[in-house]
Design a protein around this ligand. Structure first.
Ligand SMILES: Cc1cc2nc3c(=O)[nH]c(=O)nc-3n(C[C@H](O)[C@H](O)[C@H](O)COP(=O)(O)O)c2cc1C
Length: 143
């Protein structure tokens, strides 16, 4: 089945804390492994941005659960499309906060949502996945 990706933003309704994010990630990694979904979650102030990749059916299933989750709201899909190969094949769900990576230069925070400054939402996908790779390399070097 063909691969697809999607990226969305949402307003976080939980504290910007490791414990709160760990609870999301633990469950996400179990489900994403089972559903063959990979991706990356970023917390930027009051917002989440998540990049997901997988089959159309598995992305739809995962997004339906994510959209119903009361830990965030105001979900706005920023971009989606077909994908020849996974960009993050071994990320069952990566996470970084804005101390490790900031999208400030690409995004402007409004009262209810982030505004993408770049014209092409795909810039955000490239930026996030490139950062994910850099972080993984840094962690490997430090180990
Ligand atoms: C910001 C955010 C990102 C999430 N990302 C994922 C994800 O990538 N995969 C996933 O299965 N669940 C993710 N979840 C959790 C789901 O919303 C849901 O709680 C989880 O899949 C458990 O579903 P269940 O109650 O049907 O067992 C995320 C939740 C939030 C708030």
């Amino acid at each position: 089945m063909g691969l697809e990706y999607l990226i969305y933003q949402s307003c976080a309704l939980i504290p910007d804390s490791k414990a709160a994010h760990d609870r999301i990630l633990q469950v996400s990694r179990v489900y994403n492994t089972a559903n063959n979904v990979t991706g990356f979650l970023h917390r930027e102030g009051d917002f989440f941005i998540q990049y997901l990749e997988g089959s159309h059916a598995n992305l739809a299933l995962t997004m339906a659960k994510i959209a119903a989750d009361p830990r965030h709201n105001r979900i706005v899909e920023l971009d989606c499309g077909p994908l020849p190969d996974r960009r993050l094949p071994d990320w069952q769900m990566g996470f970084v906060d804005n101390t490790q990576m900031s999208l400030h230069d690409l995004l402007e925070a409004g009262p209810n949502r982030l505004e993408l400054k770049a014209e092409d939402p795909f810039d955000l996908v490239v930026f996030m996945t490139a950062n994910a790779h850099n972080l993984r390399e840094d962690a490997t070097r430090a180990a």
